[in-house]
Design a protein around this ligand. Structure first.
Ligand code: MD6
Ligand code: FE
Length: 199
């Protein structure tokens, strides 16, 4: 995609069912919810987390929190399948030894979108992010350091993994409005895992 950003087509495809089962387990302890942006808007993407820290947003801002604000409990721990996949994908992309401590789980239903943003709430941008797409396909927008930089569009399908770090770590990106469809494992939904070293 760019220097530091690599798309690994189908890298997680054969693990899709196991990853989705792990997501179901996470959602039992920490249900998906639509969070509120600092500007007061409800996000169209529903989110939950696993790991030592989870990404949250509310009227006070964006941050990582060690506890689920809805329950007051720690987030469910990172499943072993997530850790293994993150390490393997990062190694394949040239970032060996990646050990995430946070996984944001995004759930898209038809009509949901994620506007252009940077991932910059992590403590150290020296670590990459590993992103896994499951279920319905989506169009990913991939820009540059400036919000106004031109964007490339790339289709992300079930099992695709994106690893990015290095020069691309702070590039803007987003997901266009999800179109309805039916996937054998997820029905009318898309899930995305983004694994990070947040703390
Ligand atoms: C998504 N992904 O694919 C949203 N962020 O649903 C992201 O926002 C993202 O794919 C950082 C690194 C990789 C990503
Ligand atoms: Fe992001």
């Amino acid at each position: 995609l760019a220097e530091g950003a690599m798309l690994l087509r189908g890298f997680a495809a054969e693990r899709g069912a196991a990853l989705l089962a792990a997501i179901e387990g996470i959602a039992v302890a920490a249900p998906f919810r639509r969070m509120i942006t600092p500007g007061g808007f409800e996000m169209s993407v529903a989110m939950t987390n696993s790991g030592t820290a989870g990404w949250v947003t509310d009227r006070k801002g964006y941050r990582y929190a060690r506890h689920d604000p809805d329950s007051g409990k720690p987030w469910p721990s990172l499943p072993a399948e997530f850790l293994e996949l993150a390490e393997a994908a990062a190694t394949e992309a040239g970032f060996p030894g990646f050990v995430p401590d946070a996984c944001l789980v995004n759930r898209y239903e038809p009509g949901a979108r994620l506007s252009l943003h940077q991932d910059r709430d992590e403590a150290d941008y020296g670590h990459p992010i590993v992103s896994v797409s499951l279920g319905l396909p989506a169009t990913f927008q991939f820009g540059g350091l400036k919000r106004s930089d031109p964007v490339k569009k790339v289709a992300l399908r079930h099992g695709d993994v994106v690893v990015w770090g290095g020069a691309a770590r702070l590039f803007h990106h987003g997901v266009l409005t999800l179109r309805d469809g039916e996937h054998p494992l997820t029905g009318h939904r898309r899930f995305n895992l983004t694994m990070r070293k947040a703390l």
